[in-house]
Ligand binder design. Sequence first.
Ligand SMILES: N[C@@H](CCC(=O)N[C@@H](CS)C(=O)NCC(=O)O)C(=O)O
Length: 203
Amino acid sequence: MTLQLYGHPDSGHACKVALALALADLDHQVTRVDIWAAPDTRPADFLAVSPLAEVPVLVIDGQPIFQSGAILMEIAQQFAVLGGDTSEGRRRGRELLMWEANRIGMCLPQLKEARRPGSAGLPPEVIGWLEARYTVDCVNFARLKGDAPFFHGDTPGIGDCAIWGYTQWLAEAGVAPTQPMADWLDNMRALEAMKTPDAFFAV
Ligand SMILES: N[C@@H](CCC(=O)N[C@@H](CS)C(=O)NCC(=O)O)C(=O)O
């Protein structure tokens, strides 16, 4: 079995997958793709497996999968890890992934990019709209997590990986964590498999 991950440290979507592979202790190769270079200048082997020229892509035994959520579900199911070993865990993972993609994954990447030095930014009313969405997401974050240390219970699952992808950069996005979020972020940072984005995609 070979696993090849294409990603970049500035991509929270790629970080979600890198974290899942690390937590599940799955041996894999990493290829760093420059997401700031023009898409058609990216390496041919990457363009051959990435239909949208985007990261992440995970190639499992020659079979490429794109879209971070789809990759996380594949990892959980195929390797019976991170919640994928039970039907309840897989359902929980799917629910959390859909929520993250529609909510957190819709506002934090845009806020982070708008504040990146050199970015074209976003109109103030768009920033205001995204920040208002984030405020709602904070309330629902606490509802969904409940009192357990992780979204999947006592140990992290693919939902935690997905939610981590961009919540790791709240300061860069210009927003603050709520207390439940800060506590969960501490739990995530304390995981033995946790790395910085640069370490996940070291060249
Ligand atoms: N919905 C996709 C988003 C993928 C995505 O937007 N990737 C960005 C980096 S975060 C990318 O590759 N951007 C380069 C480009 O679009 O040229 C996922 O969850 O994987």
